[in-house]
Design a binder for this molecule. Structure first.
Ligand code: FAD
Length: 438
């Protein structure tokens, strides 16, 4: 980096990932000018900014957050937090979403991020520009507007861009033959806010991920009759009252009946998709070559960097992870790339690395659509980045508690959030976890 002066970095989005990116850029004022964080809403927190409405904001832009009213976190605050900024001590382990939003605002206070965020500013385009005098001979033109009137658009030049636009806002609905014939209410969990409108109703809920399980419990509490339709191994833990399991929906018949893969049928009042979200980077110039296919974003070195444009960083796209600590590790790694303490391999070497990594995952039977689902491999990934970047890895406490919580959740989805890890010591919950595995 020597001779280039301080680098100017743009951050797209002021959710947890964008705030974390800004915090790490700001910590290195010797290397970087203060970050410019673009945020299309008026708030920090992204997903954690609950919106009672569904559909669109007053300005016509689509509502970003998929948060529902009564959500409490599914990861204990002890390891959900950024490792350098704990949640308030008085809070229980599984906090209401309002506490997470407050926590992210406190993070902004603590690391003095507010002045660097441009609210109500949507990134419309991100274009690479060849410029010899810049880092890696590359600069980025970022154009922004209020998201409504593009004639008022502004262009600024940066040395690097960190994309932190989230990936829980564009609903994914799988193709089901005959779906248009369904006569009841069709909706996606992105638009689910609370259980009351479903009181006493019959619901087929497709998808048994964390949101699917959580929402099925909420629906059970208002006496909805829920068929939890999913393609995983049947759940063996006790289910909430009124909830039964079924295989995935195979098709919708002419009269609107849903037919499951085992041939059984149902005609519910509501068909609720808890089927996840699409990745979208609508602002990114196609020339950069970042593609999304079957839920895989590629080619990205270490799931972060397009080899041909190594001053662009797509943060936080991995799934089934402990998000905030993951963002913390990825941001530190990016800093080490930009400061040069981790010199990136050549473009060809990075492309080879990606190819080998994906091939190895496929050889282990991982389908393309699950490649970004790191799950327990996230800890090795985090450690790997820490080793390459030469910074402290996450303490073992993080993986131990996160993995134990997963075991408790699988064993008892109805009660795992009653654990309070602040009063249990590590040996207690590790032993409980191991007993459950025997
Ligand atoms: P987001 O929070 O989505 O933030 C992205 C930001 O980018 C938004 O503010 C958006 O307005 C902005 N943006 C997007 N496009 C543009 C643009 N073009 N220009 C300017 N700004 C833009 N994680 C946990 O750790 N624990 C949990 O218990 C948990 N529960 C969850 C429950 C639900 C229902 C969902 C949907 C997610 C949950 N998560 C949970 C995951 C959660 O999404 C992550 O923790 C984290 O908040 C993601 O942060 P992010 O910054 O990547 O994305």
């Amino acid at each position: 980096m020597s001779g280039l002066g301080k680098l100017r970095v743009a951050v797209i989005g002021a959710g947890a990932a964008g705030l974390c990116a800004a915090r790490h850029i700001l910590a290195r004022q010797d290397l970087f000018t203060p970050p410019v964080v673009y945020e299309l809403t008026k708030y920090v927190g992204g997903t954690w900014v609950y919106e009672d409405r569904v559909g669109h904001y007053d300005n016509g832009l689509p509502i970003h957050s998929s948060m529902y009213r009564d959500l409490r976190t599914n990861i204990p605050k002890e390891v959900m937090s950024f490792p350098d900024f704990p949640f308030a001590a008085h809070l229980p382990s599984f906090v209401h979403h309002t506490e997470v939003r407050k926590y992210l605002e406190q993070y902004c206070d603590h690391f003095r991020l507010w002045d660097h965020i441009r609210f109500g500013t949507m990134v419309d385009t991100v274009n690479p520009v060849k410029e010899e005098s810049r880092w890696k001979g590359l600069a980025w033109d970022v154009t922004t507007s209020d998201g409504v009137d593009r004639s008022l658009s502004i262009k600024e030049r940066f040395d690097a861009v960190m994309v932190c636009n989230g990936h829980f806002y564009d609903p994914y609905i799988p193709a089901i033959p005959g779906l248009e014939k369904f006569k009841g209410m069709l909706m996606h969990s992105h638009d689910y806010r609370s259980a009351e409108p479903f009181e006493g109703k019959s619901v087929v809920l497709l998808g048994a991920g964390l949101s699917g399980l959580d929402i099925s419990m909420e629906l059970s509490s208002v006496n909805a009759k829920v068929i939890l339709s999913h393609g995983q191994q049947p759940l063996t833990c006790p289910l909430p009252p009124g909830v039964e399991q079924a295989p995935p929906v195979a098709r919708v018949l002419d009269d609107g009946t849903l037919e499951f893969k085992d041939g059984n049928q149902a005609m519910p009042e509501v068909f609720l998709f808890c089927t996840g979200y699409n990745f979208t980077f609508p602002f990114l110039n196609k020339e950069v070559g970042v593609q999304v296919k079957d839920h895989l974003v590629f080619p990205l070195y270490k799931f972060l960097i397009p080899p041909a444009y190594p001053s662009l960083f797509i943060v936080g796209i991995c799934r089934a992870i402990c998000p905030f600590p993951h963002f913390h590790v990825q941001s530190q790694f990016i800093m080490s790339v930009l400061e040069g303490s981790f010199p990136l391999p050549s473009r060809e070497e990075m492309e080879k690395d990606i190819e080998l990594d994906i091939a190895a995952r496929r050889a282990r039977g991982i389908a393309t659509r699950h490649i970004l689902k790191l799950d327990s491999e996230q800890w090795a990934y985090n450690d790997h980045l820490a080793q390459l970047g030469g910074f402290e890895p996450l303490p073992r406490y993080w993986s131990n508690l996160y993995e134990s919580n997963k075991v408790f959740r699988a064993r008892d989805m109805l009660n795992y959030k009653t654990h309070n890890y602040a009063v249990l010591n590590e040996t207690d919950w590790m032993v409980q976890n191991l007993q459950g595995q025997q």
